[in-house]
Structures are given as structure tokens and as C-alpha cells.
Design a protein around this ligand. Sequence first.
Ligand code: TXA
Ligand code: MG
Length: 344
Amino acid sequence: MKINTRLLGETDSDIEIAAEIIRKGDLVAFPTETVYGLGANALDEEAVKKVYIAKGRPSDNPMIVHIYKKEQLYELAENVTQDMLKLANCFWPGPLTMVVRAKSIIPKVTTGGLDTVAVRLPLHTTARALIEKAGVPIAAPSANLSGKPSPTEARDVIEDMDGKIHGIITGAGCNIGIESTVIDMTGKIPLILRPGYITLKDIAETLGKEVLLDKHLTIKPDISHREGLNEFTYEEKPKSPGMKYRHYAPNAEMIIYEGDKEKVLETITAEKIRRMEQGQKVEVILFNAVSPKEAARLFFAKLRECDRKGVDVILATAVQDEGIGFAVMNRMIKSAGYNVISVK
Ligand code: TXA
Ligand code: MG
């Protein structure tokens, strides 16, 4: 059934309309400082089910629950520790998501059947105003169709969600451009499940203790059956269910080149010519020329632009694998379906 999707602005009265849609159990997309989110009342099972349907998302992949003030963590988390408070005080509002033991008021559909819940307090004022006005925590994955690049502009959301949800708040300000850092706070040692703008080093310094990266972030899954692939297989089940799915994929084939800067450029130029001679439409992404922050801000928008232009192949330089650059590379590698060439 096609839904009439209302395009809303960031005025108080439009945010009130959006909040009403959420309270009624329907869906609204809204901007955050990372990417656009697709929001539903996190405590309403039927509303959350609609999110999985609108995105075409596998139902074992849990939602991030968004709040507008720190105190709401106590409503959602079974046990709020000193470390959680330290991180909340240092990084909230902002692009950090904490995985904590879930209270029973959170339906299992929201947590993908897990006994933990991911909680985030965004910085974007529209996002916070919406959560506050709705009067309920808002479950929101990125507002893209499952598998597609995350949306950083209103038109990306309109492309993927028009006719599927009741409202889209068209705003500005997804300045970070990649999704929040996800940190699992349920074990002895905090574990980064998804890298982001807030880095392992930032978190370790704040907590004054060791923080580890989930090992699935550094090992390569089995991609022997890559053709038409939308699920990766790992020997051991990843803690973050989202890890195993194909993500952020543009329509084009994508290749990442790493190695000596000059040689990478030579290789890309040669490949570009070869492909163009075959009649292909080629796009080159040279992220070694910009800062990692800038690469983060531009990356998903660039993939969406390639899709709009009908590009056949994207040839990209690797980003330095450190700090925010590590988070960008994490997205780039997945977008490319692990198609990375080391230039010698
Ligand atoms: O920046 C963001 O985090 C954006 C904006 C909209 O806030 N949201 C976002 O949501 O990226 P999503 O659903 O696209 O990604 C959430 C990630 C998934 O990889 C999911 O598997 C993981 O967080 N996750 C959610 N709940 C979890 C839990 N209880 N345990 C482990 N991982 C969890
Ligand atoms: Mg997502």
C-alpha cells in the first residue's frame, strides 16, 4: 500500500506533526548529525515492525534507541555503570551509541531479540526536539533501504522512502556523514562494535582504561561466494548483528586501491582509461587529498551521486586507516564488497 508521505520542515509546528505521527505508531525520517534516521516509537512493537518492513531490513538486526536527555538512560538500561556515565557526560549529546543491558519495557522487536539495547542521544537539535515532543524514545536505524548507502541529504531519504512512511523532516546538518560509533558496555572491557567519529582513543582516554575493537572489524569475512552477495559469513557469530549484512552498496562496481600514493594514482588512471575504452562510465574518488573528517562527510553522498549518474565503476583511493579514517575505511570496504587491491 502506498502511503502519502508528508514532507516537513524543521519548524516547531512541523516537528509537532512529526511527533504526532510517531505517537500514532507510524514512521518519520529525521536528520541527525550523523545520517538521517527512520524513526518509530521504540516501545511500540507494531511501530517498530513497520521500520523493518519499510527498510527491507532483516528482523534480527536491532535498532538504536534515541533519547533527548541523559536521564532517559535509566529508563532503558538495567544497570547504569560509572563508565556509562563518564561516556554520557563526555560525548552526549553526540555521535556515540552505547550498548547496555535492556530493561524489559523495551520490546524484543526493537532489540532484534537480544537482551541488550543500543542507546544514543543525538546532537542535532531537530532530532532532539522530535524525541522530546514525541514523549517516547525513538527507535531509528539509518533511513535508507537495507543494503544501500546511508542517507545524508533529504533527497536520499525521499528516493528510498517516499510512499513507504508517513513523514520526512527535510533538514540540513548531517555534517558528520557516517553513523555513530557503537560501543558495547555490557562486558568487563568496553568493545567497539562499529567505528565512528568518536574514536577508540577518545573513549579509552575518557575512561582511563583499555578499550578493544570487536575482532570482526579487522578480519575479512568469507567472500568466496561474492556474486549477488548480501550476507557475509564469519567463523564466529558477530556481536553486532548488522556486521554480517552487505552494507552501503552503490549500484556500481567499486574497487579500492591501497599502497604508494603515486603508484595508486597511476594504476587508477590506467584502469580508468581501460574501462572507458570498454564504454563504461567511470567515477574516481580521491580521498587521499582530503582530511579523514571531510572524507567521512562526503563518502555516502558521493556514492548516492554515482547512483544518480548511472556510474558503472567507482575507483577509489584508500583512506589512512587511523582514527576517523579507520571508520571511513570500514564503510568504504563494505561498500566495495571487500574489493581492495594492494598496489605494489
Ligand atoms: O548514527 C547512527 O547511529 C544512525 C542515526 C540515525 O542515529 N543510526 C544507525 O542505525 O546507524 P543502524 O540501525 O543503521 O545501525 C545500528 C547498528 C547496527 O549495526 C546494529 O546491528 C547495531 O547498531 N546494534 C543495535 N543494537 C545493538 C545491540 N543491542 N547489540 C549490538 N549491536 C547493536
Ligand atoms: Mg544503517
